[in-house]
Structure formats: structure tokens, C-alpha cells
Design a protein around this ligand. Structure first.
Ligand SMILES: Nc1ncnc2c1ncn2[C@@H]1O[C@H](COP(=O)(O)OP(=O)(O)OP(=O)(O)O)[C@@H](O)[C@H]1O
Ligand SMILES: [Mg+2]
Length: 260
């Protein structure tokens, strides 16, 4: 999973800016992700994480900056972004509750324009990827939070896109489900998909990420792999390394100090 020189850059973001009502909520963000990598954005509520994912998935336009997918510029080309990037925002809505898991996936696969005869096989494959096969005939309204979250990911995988965005993928699920979702996410990346996720669950971020970006008021304040982030925080113990959570709190205190 960790980055090798030979891996292709799938997505590149340069100096991305987004304003809401003349207030900058993303301030010149730049980063890139390679195939098979997992990159995480962490940061306080309102830092701009979801806004960034919405721009990358073609739901929102940016005000300046550029986005490239496999070296081709796709900035604000909403249809193209939508086609190339799969996004999972999660939550309780977005499916037909009286229809089954398979029926819902069939519907969305048709909407996405998958060729009809390829859909059953594709659905079988994505259900296996998210370990939902045995629940395929359940009504969506009867699914647990964890199953629903896996169904969101399954829908995201229908598109076969090289980039998967996950906004707080384990929000509201218990520790066991969260663990199984992490395994699923790792597995998706191991098959070559570039995964970008946001999360407030720092144990999950430290477990999954090849690169971590700390976003604060729309700015990337720190970035690097886990050991780099921990070192940058300056938080250290005699008998063990600091956790990401301890380091994150240390970094926020530093940022707060500098902004005071
Ligand atoms: N539609 C909107 N109109 C105006 N301002 C918005 C809109 N959506 C988001 N914002 C503002 O943009 C900023 C970034 O919000 P965003 O939802 O991207 O943060 P976030 O990092 O995802 O937060 P959280 O951790 O709570 O999910 C916030 O100040 C938010 O209030
Ligand atoms: Mg958010």
C-alpha cells in the first residue's frame, strides 16, 4: 500500500480555493495521490473537509486552482469528475427503504449507465467486496447502520472509478463494524484504487493512511505519513510513541498559539 516511485499519480490538486459568500473556506490546497494509496484529511468541524470532497467529486465548483486526473486537467468539469470519482457521503438517506439491497444497487447501476447485462455480475462483485452478500435480499429499511454504510460503499464501487472518496466512513458505527470497514477500505486500496477519506476517528486514520493532512480553517497546516505527523507535533513519551490523537491535539495547540 505504501507509495512506490513507480506508482502513477491518479489525482493532483493545485492551489484549490473555494469561497462561500466571499469567505474562503479552502485556501490554496495542493496535494496528490497515487494509485493504491490511502490519504486522510483530519481537522476540526468546519475545517473544509467535506467541501473539498464535494469539489473533487463534481458536486461543487471551485473558485480557482486546478484538478488533474491522470495528468488530464478536469477542473470544474462536473460531469467528468462525477464519472471518474466515486463518492460515499454515507448517512441514513439515499436509498429506497422498501426495496432490497440488490434492487437498490440495480437501480443505481442503471442510473450510472452500466450496460444492463453486466449489472448482475458487477453487483455480485461489489457485494462480496463489502461483505454484504448474505444480506442482499434484505430491505434497506431493515439494515443496521454498519450494513447501510457498507451499502453506501458498494454503490460507490459500482462505478469502477480509480478514485474513491469517503466522508467519515465509520461515523456512528460500533467498534467491531468500524474494524471490518477498515479491512474493506484497505482491501479496496490494495486493488489499486486511490482512496481519500475524512475522519474524526484518529485511530482509524492512523491505521489506514499512507498520508495524513491536517486541515485547519481551509489550510493544510501539516502533512506527511504518521511518523512525520507525530514528530511534527513534538509530543513524546519516554516509554512509548505518541498516538495520532495526542499528536493532533499537540498540533492544534501549536496552531492555536500561532494564531493567537
Ligand atoms: N452551503 C454552504 N454555504 C455556506 N457556507 C458553507 C456551506 N457549506 C459549508 N459551509 C461552510 O464551509 C466551511 C467548511 O465546511 P465543511 O462542511 O467543508 O467542513 P468539515 O471539515 O467537513 O466539517 P465537519 O468535520 O463538521 O464535517 C464551514 O465554515 C461551513 O460552515
Ligand atoms: Mg464534513
Amino acid at each position: 500500500m505504501s507509495q512506490q516511485a513507480s506508482q502513477e499519480t491518479i489525482l493532483e490538486v493545485r492551489d484549490l480555493v473555494k469561497e462561500y459568500n466571499r469567505k474562503k473556506v479552502l485556501k490554496k490546497l495542493s496535494f496528490e495521490i497515487h494509485e493504491g494509496e490511502i490519504l486522510s484529511f483530519i481537522g476540526p468541524n468546519g475545517a473544509g473537509k467535506t467541501t473539498l470532497l464535494k469539489i473533487l467529486s463534481g458536486f461543487l465548483t471551485s473558485d480557482s486552482g486546478a484538478v488533474y486526473i491522470s495528468q488530464k486537467e478536469v477542473t470544474n468539469q462536473l460531469d467528468l469528475l462525477n464519472k471518474k470519482v466515486s463518492t460515499v457521503f454515507g448517512g441514513g438517506n439515499g436509498f429506497y427503504k422498501n426495496a432490497s439491497v440488490v434492487e437498490n444497487l440495480f437501480f443505481f447501476a442503471s442510473l450510472m449507465g452500466l450496460r444492463r447485462h453486466t449489472i448482475p455480475e458487477k453487483i455480485k462483485h461489489v457485494l462480496k467486496q463489502v461483505e454484504l452478500t448474505e444480506h442482499q435480499d434484505k430491505k434497506v429499511g431493515h439494515l443496521s447502520m454498519g450494513m447501510l454504510q457498507r451499502l453506501h460503499i458498494a454503490r460507490g464501487l459500482l462505478k469502477d472509478s480509480p478514485i474513491l472518496l469517503l466522508d467519515e466512513p465509520t461515523n456512528g458505527v460500533d467498534a467491531e463494524i468500524s474494524h471490518s470497514l477498515r479491512k474493506i477500505i484497505k482491501n479496496i486500496a490494495q486493488h489499486g484504487t486511490a482512496v481519500i477519506l475524512t475522519s474524526h476517528i484518529l485511530q482509524e486514520v492512523s491505521d489506514l493512511s499512507d498520508q495524513i493532512f491536517l486541515l485547519y480553517h481551509g489550510e493544510i497546516m501539516f502533512s506527511g505519513d504518521l511518523s512525520h505527523i507525530i514528530a511534527a507535533s513534538g509530543v513524546a513519551y519516554i516509554d512509548r510513541p505518541a498516538t495520532l490523537e495526542e499528536s493532533y491535539l499537540g498540533l492544534l495547540a501549536k496552531i492555536g498559539g500561532n494564531h493567537a
